[in-house]
Ligand binder design. Structure first.
Ligand SMILES: Nc1ncnc2c1ncn2[C@@H]1O[C@H](COP(=O)(O)OP(=O)(O)O)[C@@H](O)[C@H]1O
Ligand SMILES: [Mg+2]
Length: 264
């Protein structure tokens, strides 16, 4: 527990009459891939929003690396290394692939507006460093050869990879992914799973993954948290979750969306 990178303690979120999260407690250990699963409306995205700061819990606390995040605006949390992707792609389609990734780096920039205006040596040095980091991130996801294409020309699967490169370049400590496999075919989903694993192993990024694709979840997760009606139904290893009768009854066995034959 001492090593938990993220700790949520009795987090409650209400939207008017809807109790989206009721006293959710969970941890994400450093260096793990922890998945959050559950039926539509279970509160998965709301939990990510509470961690990144776009939603304010009515009560409870959220600690990152032992420090409270509650009340801090999203950009401050991002500055501390808590980053995310969204359920819907947010790619700048008119910009090149490389420019999209460079945009992800700018939160780390140290130069001011005047540096940029006068293109000072400091500005040019940082632009070069940003460009190098962006190319490196594109190489990591396998899109290096497409760096100069308009992002809108990429196939959907590659736009997803671009989104990953854009967040990788910002060097997150904790990366929250909201349904990154949505819309991907089976092969692209496997490729994404491999990428997420490499992000953990080679880049040391701790990942919290919200995902409907059970094969992917069972394949990449170290731990799984199951939410149902805004509460924690179960927590455990993929094997424990697959064998948990409550989970099977509430979710895995009666899923009305795309299911798999159990994966692993
Ligand atoms: N901004 C919002 N305003 C009102 N209700 C919301 C809002 N966001 C989520 N909800 C509600 O909170 C519940 C949990 O939603 P969500 O976290 O999006 O679920 P999931 O991501 O697991 O599908 C749902 O009942 C949803 O309708
Ligand atoms: Mg959601």
């Amino acid at each position: 527990m001492a090593d938990s990178l993220l700790q949520c303690r009795e987090v409650c979120v209400r939207f008017g009459g809807v109790q989206a999260l009721s006293s959710v407690s969970c941890t994400v250990e450093k260096g793990t891939i922890t998945s959050i699963i559950g039926p539509n409306g279970a509160g998965k995205t709301t939990l990510l929003n509470a961690v990144t700061g776009t939603v304010d819990p009515a009560s409870g606390s959220i600690l990152f690396a032992g420090e409270g995040l509650t009340g801090l605006p999203p950009h401050v949390r991002a500055g501390r290394g808590v980053l995310r992707t969204f359920q819907n792609l947010e790619i700048f389609t008119n910009m090149t692939v490389l420019e999209n990734v460079m945009a992800g780096r700018h939160r780390m920039g140290r130069y001011g507006v005047l540096d940029a205006f006068f293109r000072t040596p400091r500005y040019r040095r940082e632009e070069r460093a940003t460009r190098d980091a962006a190319m490196h991130a594109l190489g990591f996801v396998g899109l290096e050869s497409m760096a100069l294409l308009p992002a809108g020309e990429l196939a959907y699967g590659n736009q997803r990879l671009l989104e990953m490169a854009r967040v990788i370049v910002a060097a997150p400590d904790l990366l929250l992914l909201d349904e990154p496999a949505a819309g991907l075919n089976m092969q692209e989903t496997r490729q994404l799973g491999e990428l997420i694993r490499r992000m953990r192993d080679e880049l040391g990024i701790t990942v919290a993954l919200v995902e409907h694709d059970m094969e992917l979840v069972m394949d990449v997760s170290d731990r799984i948290l199951v939410l149902s009606f805004g509460a924690v139904l179960a927590e455990g290893t993929p094997l424990e979750i697959q064998r948990n009768p409550e989970v099977v009854a509430a979710y895995l066995g009666t899923d009305d969306e795309e299911t798999t034959d159990g994966g692993a």
